[in-house]
Design a protein around this ligand. Structure first.
Ligand code: ZN
Length: 76
């Protein structure tokens, strides 16, 4: 039972993808700390329709996405 939570977490990590989104409010890029302004395109991590409270979803700016692509998902 002890490893159950970690198993669930890694299951969700495998489901993660970057979803192109237009910012409705301003955000901060997790990678470069740049401000993502309202109305700009950014790439938040998403796990689709799965409801997973406690899963930390990060947000990345367009420049970081263009530079690193899906590799952003494996950043620590
Ligand atoms: Zn960035």
């Amino acid at each position: 039972m002890k490893n159950l939570k970690r198993d669930i977490m890694s299951k969700y990590n495998n489901l993660k993808f970057l979803k192109e989104t237009k910012a409705r409010i301003s955000h901060t890029c997790y990678n470069c700390r740049k401000e993502i302004k309202k109305g700009e395109i950014y790439y938040p991590e998403s796990i689709g329709r799965v409801n997973a409270p406690g899963i930390k979803l990060r947000k990345f700016c367009k420049e970081c996405y263009e530079k690193h692509g899906e590799k952003l998902l494996t950043l620590e």
